[in-house]
Design a protein around this ligand. Structure first.
Ligand code: HSE
Length: 297
């Protein structure tokens, strides 16, 4: 068996809708080997499809088909540490796990850029799948099946504090809430901030992050889908966060906080309790600058 570890991701980072994402040190694990039949199991309490509709299996099969290699079956064991439908890249992790695992089993016939292109095309947008593969902060454009990207390693001075609601938010639902058209000035508002977020995170100009995380493309329309979001944002800023934003399509809210702000997590937990949101998950994560990788068992 091989084991692939795939990081969680946080897409959009405020204004960078469908174009910015970063990888975090929370990992799904996919163990995989060729087999005579499809034999899929979840190693935790998370229920997953155990037939050919399983996303890891489908992604792995795509690679076998692309490389003209017959596949009679796969044994897959998956550990699902990234919560599903919470805006932390759980679908991307399945796709990247399947692609990376199958490519490794076949002797790595595909290069990383081919995997980046395939993952983004399967996922639909490149802002989760690309950092899941590459790690770090990724700025990406998907055009005609090809991802044009830059990956930047981010310093370890930041904690990414995840406020994970006790309810799911499906990406399709969160996308359906968005308007079909936006005013020209909102386009300008966002493109300046997305660019500012990317370079400010990289160059450690953290005082820019609050302005850079502001957005008019998706967050104003999605906030009402996440009960308590406004209050949690206010609390995060009061406790000294550099920025707060909806992670991916939600429901998770992310606060970017200096690691020197050692009291943040404890005070945030107290704040959640005061807001009646003690059922929400709260974790302090760090940047993952490595991306998905394979461990031989
Ligand atoms: N950029 C996507 C969205 C992330 O916000 O809908 C989910 O894959």
């Amino acid at each position: 068996m091989i084991k692939v570890k795939i990081p969680a991701t946080s897409a959009n980072i405020g204004a960078g809708f469908d174009s910015l994402g970063l990888a975090l040190n929370l990992y799904n694990e996919v163990e995989m080997e060729e087999s005579d039949s499809i034999d899929i199991r979840s190693l935790d309490a998370v229920k997953v499809p155990c037939d050919s509709s399983n996303l890891i299996y489908q992604s792995a099969k795509y690679i076998f088909d692309l490389c003209d290699k017959p596949l009679s079956g796969l044994k897959i064991r998956q550990s699902n540490n990234i919560p599903m439908a919470r805006g932390l890249g759980s679908s991307s992790a399945c796709i990247v796990g399947g692609l990376t695992g199958a490519n490794h089993l076949l002797g790595d016939p595909l290069g990383i850029d081919e995997l980046v292109n395939i993952a983004a095309t399967m996922e639909g947008h490149p802002d989760n799948s690309t950092p899941a593969l590459l790690g770090g902060l990724v700025t990406a454009v998907l055009e005609n099946g090809k991802v044009y990207y830059v990956k930047q390693e981010i310093s370890d001075h930041l904690q990414f504090v995840t406020f994970i609601p006790n309810f799911e938010l499906k990406t399709s639902f969160a996308r359906a809430a968005l308007p079909k058209e936006i005013p020209h000035k909102d386009g300008v508002f966002n493109l300046s901030r997305a660019a500012l977020m990317s370079v400010s995170l990289y160059s450690e100009k953290y005082e820019n992050l609050r302005v850079a995380a502001d957005d008019r493309l998706h967050q104003p329309y999605r906030l009402s889908l996440i009960s308590g979001a406004h209050e949690v944002f206010d609390m995060a800023y009061k406790l000294g966060a550099y920025a707060a934003y909806i992670s991916g399509a939600g429901s998770t809210l992310m606060a970017i906080v200096d690691k020197k702000n050692t009291g943040f997590l404890k005070q945030a937990r107290k704040g959640l309790e005061e807001l009646g949101l003690s059922a929400w998950g709260l974790h302090s994560l760090s940047i993952d600058n490595r991306g998905a990788f394979v461990e031989e068992q």
